[in-house]
Design a protein around this ligand. Sequence first.
Ligand SMILES: [Ca+2]
Ligand SMILES: [Ca+2]
Ligand SMILES: [Ca+2]
Length: 283
Amino acid sequence: MISLSSVSNGALSCNITKSCTGTKVLGISDLTNAHAEIFSFNNYPYSICCKDTLGYPIDNQDTGKYISFLKLSSKTDAHVEQSSSNDYNFNAHISSPFYEIKCNYAQSCNGYDTCLVSISGATDAHISVCDYYPINICCTTQCASIETNCIDGLDNDCDGLKDCADSDCDGSIAGTARAQDTNLPIESVDVSTKKDLTVMKSSTTNQQGVYSINQINCGNYTLTTSHTDYAPSFKSAQVLPNQQLTADFSLVLGTSCEADCTFIADNIVHACKPVKLVVAVCG
Ligand SMILES: [Ca+2]
Ligand SMILES: [Ca+2]
Ligand SMILES: [Ca+2]
């Protein structure tokens, strides 16, 4: 395999190769002084082969976010021109469904992710490996400014945090705690969000019995309540990206009597079925 890429600082990486394991964006007849053909033809031994080192898909279509980096005089055996020229009709594209790809014609690809090839002129040009001709085709990816999709398994803004782990996807939880018997709001109830056994965030109800937990990673949690006078309660909660989940609680007094006449908040394991001939009085 021949691999002749020059610069690759960022996520986009293109090589000229005989065996492309990424996305072929152009076929070329030789390493220097070459003609070109569109990606879907297979007359030539070499491909300009591009991939994203972070794992984002790279494509050669004019869909999603795409750019034409060259125009060809025909589908195969073609001369090429810069995409701003208007003599040729067949565009060679590089595209991504996620982020912008920018390409420029420059003497040096310093500061760009990668160099694709060099061309001999603005139009009616031949193709060679990078830095052979004075005009290099330099391309780079531009990450989104925020996590634009919270369920795609990709780190859209390239900050190292993907989907729910990125605070751009945070949701929130809010609700009310009320007494089950009177339906009156309960103040000073501690509401905690737990992942496994770890408390992630908590909040306390106000005089109106209202609590709110802002800016919490989307995902699944267990919500627990605690209050000196009321029995603890639990609830499963799924916080969706950028949405507020409502979770209300109806709390039972810790001194309330269970069916088996133990207190609801005590440490006694309550019987599943009444034990026969047990007679007891609560109080
Ligand atoms: Ca982010
Ligand atoms: Ca994402
Ligand atoms: Ca991110």
